[in-house]
Design a protein around this ligand. Sequence first.
Ligand code: TMP
Length: 216
Amino acid sequence: MPLKTQHTGRLISFEGSEGSGKSTQISLLAAHLKKLGKDVITTREPGGTEIGEQIRNIIVHNSKGDEMCPETELLLFTAARAQVVREVIAPALLAGKFVLSDRFLDSSTVYQGIARNLAAGPVAEINRFAIGNVMPDITVIIDVPTDVSIARLKQRVTDLPDRMERENIDFYTKVRDGYLLLARTMTDRIILVDGTRPIAQVSQAIWEHVRVRLGL
Ligand code: TMP
């Protein structure tokens, strides 16, 4: 489906390891924007559409998930992305809304590309195919050290940890380093925030960046 290029909305994606506090910060930023009278929607990946949620189920809750190869994983994540872009994000941007997305293309670059060692070229190409011309205006990476991320995860997970959350410490270290690398190389789009600080301080730092970058 061709995507229209002209829109007045804004797409802000949130990235980071599990337990970095993305969903809390998305709610707080949404509240800030709504106070200014902005029309805001939030979405998440994988998911955000009925088809995407079904794909999420296959990837995340697959009890035999360890057998899934990284190539399949990449294609499933990007399939869910293609759907949410066309069904939810692009229409909202065309309608002038602010879209806050819990994860977007950088998750595939980092998790499948860097942490699972898939070649960067094909990952970027497949990502581009999935998103068309819908790039985030701003990407917020919330950084927390791997041990903090894992400790927070253990508190959150009450039943059988899902497939991604059973990964080992090396994997999460690669994920964290991958995000730090992206933050260093794409400074025009990405802002890096220290997620170990208290929630209100993290939220304030994000708000300042967003306000200044978007001239709000
Ligand atoms: P979350 O809902 O807690 O963020 O979990 C989603 C999981 O899926 C998380 O482990 C990151 C992973 N993921 C990828 O590996 N690649 C992707 O492209 C996306 C969107 C998520």
